[in-house]
Design a protein around this ligand. Structure first.
Ligand code: NAD
Length: 280
């Protein structure tokens, strides 16, 4: 492996960065990440860009989305922001159409956007019907819409990776959050059937199962709740500390990259061991 440095011109050999010979895992790829204005989606957008991917940032939050885009461009990457409500068909059609017009191809779809409305969700007998519909639309229908319109473009681009987002709620019940639990359980199920359907098109479909990740969602739904006992909470799972958005971004990078070429239909659990044991 050789590198040539002629004044400011740098020729890269193989797919390694010059500095430290770090492998660029997503060189030449185009990634569409929903919910990338903050939290896990933002961390993933920054990491995917660092790893060589052009990034489409989709979010309902314009200010946060533009901020993520500016950070990527400031770091020398390529990104566009498209304001999108992922639960709306017209918005998703526009999202995929503009992504293709901008970058010509699409290889990675990361369905990350979601809501956890602890105060508005509820027990199945109490939950308001409109709230049920809204949570299911944002967390589950969004995955249907994004896959419906993005997968044909991934097929045209030669294949790639779809990453869906579940939650520990898919495997452990969260009392009082029945709509959220239903939406995330369905994500695990649909990940498996999609893996079976699109494997022959060279598309892998996996889901990430995050829990206890320090993001604005976690702050709003858990840490800032009056009476929250942090010491007690941290003793309920093996690693006893919160995860960072970057912990999920690293798992998503693995699932997006060629390092996971034989992985499809899987649940990638990143939760500090929370779903592995009962420690309450
Ligand atoms: P977050 O609230 O910090 O970020 C979510 C992003 O999704 C925000 O930028 C928000 O604007 C966007 N979004 C919400 N509704 C949208 C819509 N209709 N259209 C487009 N964008 C929309 O949350 P996070 O913690 O980063 O969570 C990301 C994903 O991970 C979610 O699907 C969440 O359910 C899942 N998750 C997170 C945790 C955790 O511990 N943080 C645990 C389990 C699952």
């Amino acid at each position: 492996m050789t590198y040539q440095i002629l004044q400011k011109n740098i020729t890269y050999a193989d797919d390694f960065y010059l500095k430290g010979c770090v492998k660029v895992r997503l060189k030449g790829k185009v990634s569409l990440i929903t919910g990338a204005a903050r939290g896990i989606g933002r961390a993933s957008a920054l990491l995917f860009s660092k790893e060589g991917s052009n990034v489409v940032i989709a979010d309902i939050d314009e200010e946060g989305g533009q901020k993520t885009k500016s950070e990527i461009i400031g770091n020398g990457g390529k990104a566009i922001f498209i304001k999108t409500d992922v639960s709306k068909k017209e918005d998703v059609l526009n999202l995929v159409d503009r992504s293709i017009r901008e970058f010509g191809k699409l290889h990675i779809l990361y369905n990350n956007a979601g809501v956890f409305w602890k105060n508005r969700d509820g027990h199945i007998t109490d939950i308001d019907e409109a709230i049920w519909d809204k949570i299911i639309d944002i967390n589950l229908k969004s995955t249907y819409l994004c896959c419906k319109y993005a997968i044909p473009e991934i097929i045209k681009s030669g294949g790639g990776s779809v990453i869906n987002t579940a939650s520990s709620a898919a495997v452990l019940g969260i009392p009082g959050c029945d709509a959220y639990t239903a939406s995330k359980g369905a994500i695990v199920a649909i990940t498996r059937s999609m893996a079976a359907e699109y494997g022959s098109f060279n598309i892998r479909v996996n889901c990430i199962v995050p829990t206890h990740i320090e993001t604005p969602m976690f702050e709003e739904s858990t840490k800032s709740v009056p009476g929250f006992d942090e010491d007690k909470f941290l003793k309920t799972f093996p690693l006893g500390k919160y995860g960072k958005p970057e912990d999920i971004a690293n798992a998503a990078l693995f699932l997006a990259s060629d390092e996971s070429l034989f992985v499809t239909g899987s649940m990638c659990t990143v939760d500090g061991g929370a779903t592995s044991t009962y420690m309450h």
